[in-house]
Design a protein around this ligand. Sequence first.
Ligand SMILES: Cc1ncc(COP(=O)(O)O)c(C=O)c1O
Length: 383
Amino acid sequence: MQIPFHKPYITDDEVGQVLDTVRSGWLTMGPKTFLFEREFSRYTNAPHSVAVSSGTAALHLALRAIGLRPGDEVIVPTMTFTATAEVVCYFDALPVLADIESDTGNIDASGIERLITPRTRAVIPVHYGGQPCDMDAILETARRKSIYVIEDAAHCPPAFYKGRPVGAIGDMTCFSFYATKPLAAGEGGMVTTANEEWAERIRILRLHGISRDAWKRYSTGGSWYYEVEEAGYKYNMTDIQAALGISQLRKLDSMREMRKRIADRYTEAFSGTDALTPLDTRPDRSSSCHLYVLRIDPDAHDIDRAGFIEELGRRGIGTSVHFIPLHRHPFYRNSFGYDAADFPGAERFYERVISLPIYPGMTDEETDYVIESIKDVSSKHRK
Ligand SMILES: Cc1ncc(COP(=O)(O)O)c(C=O)c1O
């Protein structure tokens, strides 16, 4: 059996929406993008949604909106993709890496306060795998210390914290619609916020810093006249991406249900095995189930995690690792002098974790094959 790590879930809905867009004659940012923004706001309860070209662009523009400056500091968990911290470097600002909870992969909210200095402007919690971080604790610290909370929700939606949808919790929330994400548009991103001024600034910055209606300057009824207000970026979404986004958004809940069913099957199979442990889930949160991460006890086996990955690959199963912590990468180590000894939670987590296949359309038979294969590799290599 061949089971890839990920397969996109594209049906006739997406094909129909894309065809409709291509035939409409309007390919780049326009009516579909704005419809996607409105529907996204409805789903997340966020007053403003601004669509952009990627999750990285969303994070970059969120930091532009708060006016980040050279020498400022932004707290970022070390267990994330480089995009979360790289955008801080765009400003010649300092990404201050924070350790994580080794049972969930999320930033350790209790460790944030001691990283705050007079130069700290924001914290970017990453909802690892789609399970929201401890937002009450993070917001309480941030409000007391007057720093912003910009959520990296690349692994959401749909995710909920104490019943509230991720997207309407922190100061700004940044989503990714990259091909493997729970809402996949190939590429794309969204910033949500309740702050109208920030939303407006991001709308202008995403299209070269030119005045708001510039997108329709080539349409009949649009004006040829525009003004450049500041140096912006080419970060707009296209209507083709938005067409994919709209159809994925409309089935977000059913796709989540399909992933949840797989996650539950994995959790049931691995609970009670002492050498294999699912990540912990907090009862007051609902995860998008974007990733299913299993912890493999390195002391219980005669092979390490890389050995597990190889053995599963030989059985036709694609897996991945989320993530190689940022402090281990040469760029962050050499530029900022990070040391693994300062991140015991992330080190413990990184040594153990393996991400298993989980996507809508994956069958029970395929899920069971993954479970049996992992149990088989584990028992063959038990010390
Ligand atoms: C946690 C996290 N943040 C940000 C990003 C960046 O998103 P994008 O690829 O849409 O730029 C990713 C993408 O993989 C991610 O996993």
